[in-house]
Design a binder for this molecule. Structure first.
Ligand SMILES: *Cc1c(COP(=O)(O)O)cnc(C)c1O
Length: 427
């Protein structure tokens, strides 16, 4: 019998470009036919053929309490019954804003939007409005959504000017973005020494999760903070992925680094489209209608999305929530590493909070170049073999993985056993 996944993909490709509504879903990196999901519950998802998988993608991060948590579903149903949206302020928006500011002391003021892309795009406009400068710095391998000025890679010749990494992004816009190496404190020093007074903002993933998982070096974070302070540039920590994932206070809480602005998304929407940016009061006061930096959204603060976010944020504050997730993620990475070692396969893994990275390289990478040098073909083979065994990993060697509070020790043991079976027949 033909797979329903295949039938749906064949049809989708006729009317949706590439058959998907976001590129990485298409399995281009790993090859093969993407899965079409029907439902999820706890740590599991079911595809169109009703095959069950242990899910380590978690909707790319948001599902930190597992799929269809009863509290979240109940909150969404209750909010929906009261009205799907008003395009006017609601008490629920105030409630989530207060909660975000209470949990994250870096937030003096916060504004809600609907996606991480909107949050980062606006944070940059705000930094430019606040400083009156145009240039921004980002790091190779970090992803901050798909706004024009952030789809930029390092230019070949000049250190200063970035080049578009997507067709359709004008060179003139890309030229305002400087792209440096992640974890390279010396590179930052050099850039600031040359044109520090032109820099409006540095934007960074304080734990990088869009080039597999790369942890920041202490010196990198400290240098970034002190240079931004010295030159009057705005430090934007993009915590769309790491926020409420690395720990309750995100990566900046974990590492004790003070941002000027942060961006949030994914977990804070509990699976629905809610995101936010916020930080220093003096900067946030530049936003319309108080200030001259424009930003708006018909669906911003949507009551149903806010209800899902609020219910999720209540659950993650439970005592021991992150300790337990951290332990589960460690069990997974240690189990997989031990199995690979036993079978003599060059493999390494690490985790921070509920995020993990798996690498087909003998040591854990600390830079974009190192992660790119890992064995992509081995990952793709492993990915498909795990899929066969009922384990759903991100369909690319360059994405972080996630555990949720619904993953049990038995799920982790089953995952490690699946990998062990694959590694035993690896040759
Ligand atoms: C996912 C992500 C974004 C973009 O968020 P969307 O909601 O997909 O627009 C931005 N920054 C980081 C770090 C992300 O992981």
């Amino acid at each position: 019998m033909t797979s329903q996944n295949q039938l749906l993909f064949d049809k989708s490709q006729k009317i949706i470009p590439g058959g998907v509504n976001s590129p990485v879903r298409a399995f281009k990196s790993v090859g093969g036919t993407p899965l079409f999901f029907k439902r999820g519950k706890g740590a599991y998802v079911w595809d169109a053929d009703d095959k069950r998988y242990i899910d380590y993608v978690n909707s790319w991060g948001p599902m930190i309490v597992g799929h269809c948590h009863p509290e979240v579903v109940k909150a969404v149903q209750a909010a929906a019954a009261e009205g799907l949206g008003f395009g006017a302020p609601t008490a629920a928006e105030l409630e989530i804003a207060e909660l975000l500011c209470k949990i994250l002391p870096s937030l003096e003021m916060v504004r809600l939007v609907s996606s991480g892309t909107e949050a980062t795009m606006t944070a940059i406009r705000l930094a430019r409005g606040f400083t009156g400068r145009s240039r921004i710095i980002k790091f190779e391998g970090c992803y901050h959504g798909h706004s024009d000025g952030l789809l930029v890679k390092a230019g070949s010749g000049a250190l200063t000017f970035g080049q578009p990494s997507s067709s359709g992004v004008p060179d003139e816009i890309a030229a305002l973005t400087t792209v440096l190496d992640y974890n390279d404190a010396a590179g930052l020093e050099k850039a600031f020494a040359e044109y520090g007074k032109e820099i409006a903002a540095v934007i960074v993933e304080p734990v990088a999760g869009n080039m597999n998982l790369i942890l920041p070096k202490r010196e990198f974070l400290d240098t970034m903070r002190s240079l931004c302070t010295k030159y009057g540039a705005v430090l934007i920590l993009d915590e769309v992925m790491s926020g409420f994932r690395v720990g309750l206070q995100g990566a900046h809480g974990h590492f004790g680094i003070k941002p000027d602005l942060i961006t949030l998304g994914k977990v804070m929407g509990g699976g629905l489209p809610a995101a936010a940016f916020g930080g220093r009061r003096d900067i946030m006061q530049c936003l319309a209608p108080l200030g001259a930096v424009y930003q708006a959204g018909t669906l911003s603060g949507n009551p149903v999305a806010v209800a899902a976010g609020m219910a999720t944020l209540k659950l993650v504050q439970a005592k021991g929530f992150y300790e337990s997730l951290t332990k589960v993620a460690k069990q997974l990475t240690e189990g997989l590493s031990a199995s690979a070692k036993k079978h003599g396969i060059p493999f390494s893994a690490q985790s921070i909070g509920s995020m993990f990275g798996l690498y087909f390289s003998s040591k854990v990478p600390t830079s974009y170049a190192e992660v790119m040098a890992s064995d992509n073909a081995a990952f793709n083979r492993f990915f498909h073999a795990m899929l066969e065994e009922g384990v759903y990993l991100a369909p690319s060697a360059f994405e972080a993985g996630f555990v949720s509070a619904a993953h049990t020790e038995a799920d982790i043991a089953a995952t490690v056993a699946a990998a062990d079976k694959i590694f035993a027949n690896w040759k």
